[in-house]
Design a protein. Sequence first.
Length: 147
Amino acid sequence: MSKKLIYLYVIAVLILIFSVLLLARHHDAISSPVTTHINLVGEVDKIGDKVHLIYALCANGGLLLISLFFVLKPQYANYPFEITDENRASSYQKMRFFLLILCIITSISFNYMILKAINASHLFIYVISSTAFFAFMVSRYCGTVRS
């Protein structure tokens, strides 16, 4: 696995760790009914107990582990086209990159839920902008050959 892919996975894991630390720090201050699901318009679909935030972070970790499996073994992923000897390497590389970007987006989404629960959603712009910056820098400059 290339450095670029490792760095992208580390970004997703760091967002998860940041979310866990935020929840651990502010768990006692969170009021009991919390938002557990937001639709695409931004309206609250579900509310629940604050233990659902812990379940959400566990789900995020599980999704990261499942994605890691398919990043490490891309031959087991389901592709919408036939994999041949000519397109195998590029298809696997594109799938790995796509999965890792999806991991980052998923971790950001769960992080937003934690920030909203602790009434710090104004910090979300900093989380998403710094994540986008690091992901762009990694995808742009890591793993390139320089002469």
